[in-house]
Ligand binder design. Sequence first.
Ligand SMILES: O=C(O)CCC(=O)C(=O)O
Length: 286
Amino acid sequence: MSATETRVTTRTFHDDELEQRFLRDGYVVIDFADPATIDALLRAYEDLDSGIEEGYYPSLMSPDLDYKAKTHAQVRDLVWPHLTQVIEGYEPLLGVFMVKHPGPDTEVPPHQDWIVADESLRPTMNVWMPLAEITPEMGQMRVLPGSHRWLEGLRGSPSFPTQWEGVYQQVRDDLMEPVDIKVGQAMVYDIRVLHGTPANVSDQTRVVTSLYAIPENTAPIHYYRSPEGVVEGYEVANNFCTVFNIGDVPSGSKFTEIADYGVEALSFAEISERHARDRRVFGSDS
Ligand SMILES: O=C(O)CCC(=O)C(=O)O
């Protein structure tokens, strides 16, 4: 490469083997953080009082803007130095705690995360890192490997129709797989991969930290669907996720409007077939 050429990279991971596993599955589990970082994150979690004592809450959904901004800043400062060693060409967008107090109503059903940046060239990434051991009873992560490549549809607030909503229980129970993530490890994933967590039926609170990252020099965006079913896409500020309240119309510059937005609903047989075909193409034995 000559000195005047610029290298345009669209790869995500520095490491070739991780990159291949990531392209195939949509996620990888890797050794991620040292005990001092985990202790510092736990201290931040304890110091920053969300005021929420029950149920499941990602700090993103707190109505307390000060709590959200402080949580974001602390998680970003502690987690980003580790994530940037693993992926290339990204910048941090939003740091959160994902807290699951014990309770039968704490399932996070299968979903893809909101679109927060253009995904046509590069995926948006998230790192999901337990701060203490997670047993299957505490709300362990489950995924549908490869689904980042073949599920379609826009994702945003307050709610969007999805291709799997009519059959999500069967998809969850028959196709999704548990992901074992030890303390010190993290799941780094393309936010389009279908994922979710069962209820915390243990007697302990589960605390996870999570940091979203978007490609460098990309404008954050958000899709909003009105009660009438009109979808609007907005370019939004970098701090959008810490100041936005779900249900509101986003402020920002509108770049698209789609009347009567809809997606093609898939049957369980169609989802199983896409999943099986994808695993045949990519192979799933390593
Ligand atoms: O923390 C959890 O239980 C679920 C997290 C999740 O699904 C997400 O970060 O999108």
